[in-house]
Design a binder for this molecule. Structure first.
Ligand code: DGL
Length: 274
């Protein structure tokens, strides 16, 4: 068991946005080593069918598992929405955590009146998983799942504030956050949207709770490691290994939107999947 606990945590995402989840895990569990795999050759996942997303998620996760990991963390919302059951069936005995349940729990707890909007990719919205998970913990909630595809490219372009970002955010959010039935909670159900949190706060005001799954997911990881006696006992800072399936330079450049540290492109490994 002790040797197993020294293995890294595998984190999988369609690309670079999952670094928001890696950052939260890093902050909460600095002793854990992490292997991050971003499937940059095949992103975006958020516009693809359930079948394709599941197939991609399985391939990427098999690769992570082949390195030896003690836990698989699916940072990608779209894969968490479509592929979690398939991944759990594929790797029995390996704990597999997605971001949907932790995000849903965070929104259910943060919303004052239970009027919750989940902003996500088209494919995640189609899966219907966020409303189901929120209603599970808060049965009287009114949940609207809102596809916001433009937010993904906007964030990757570094447009996290300013007039263009504001206009697009208003286009999506104004209809649901104005009037007597206005929502009181916005859940970012996509890896990229936490980068827009300051903009959301500014546009929606202090009455609206703005939440995401990253920190709640890190808490779930911590609890699970403790429960299964898998926390790294070394007491040394963990390492981070980063893998992509294409364009490591772009990955390193765009990563600046998501993490406050520099990613050295020379340390980003490129692998092939499929
Ligand atoms: N990582 C995806 C998600 O959280 C967003 C980017 C993509 O569509 O691949 O759903």
């Amino acid at each position: 068991m002790d040797d197993f606990s020294r293995l890294p945590i595998g984190i999988f995402d369609s690309g670079v946005g999952g670094l928001t989840v890696l950052k939260a895990v890093r902050e909460r569990l600095p002793d854990e080593s992490l292997i991050y795999l971003g499937d940059t050759a095949r992103l975006p996942y958020g516009t693809k069918s359930a079948q394709t997303v599941s197939a991609y998620a399985l391939e990427a996760s098999r690769r992570l598992v082949s390195f030896g990991i003690k836990l698989l963390l699916v940072a990608d919302n779209t894969s968490s929405a479509h592929a979690l059951d398939a991944l759990r069936a594929e790797f029995p005995g390996l704990p597999v955590i997605g971001v949907v349940e932790p995000g849903a729990a965070a929104a259910a707890a943060a919303s004052a009146r239970g009027r919750i909007v989940v902003a996500a990719t088209e494919s995640t919205v189609q899966a219907g998983v966020y409303p189901r998970a929120i209603l599970h913990s808060r049965p009287n909630a009114q949940v609207t799942a809102l596809p916001c595809p433009l937010f993904v490219s906007m964030v990757e372009e570094g447009l996290t504030d300013g007039p263009i970002a504001e206009q697009i955010a208003r286009h999506y959010l104004d209809p649901l956050f104005t009037g007597p039935d206005a929502a009181d909670c916005l859940l970012s159900g996509c890896t990229h949207f936490p980068a827009l949190a300051p903009l959301f706060h500014r546009l929606l005001g202090p009455e609206v709770a703005v939440v995401d799954s990253a920190s709640t997911t890190a808490m779930v990881v911590e609890d699970l490691l403790a429960l299964r006696h898998l926390a790294n006992p070394s007491g040394q800072p963990g390492t981070i290994r980063t893998l992509v399936t294409d364009a490591p330079e772009r990955f390193a450049r765009v990563s600046r939107v998501f993490v406050p540290w520099e990613i050295d492109v020379a340390e980003v490994e490129t692998i092939e999947l499929g």
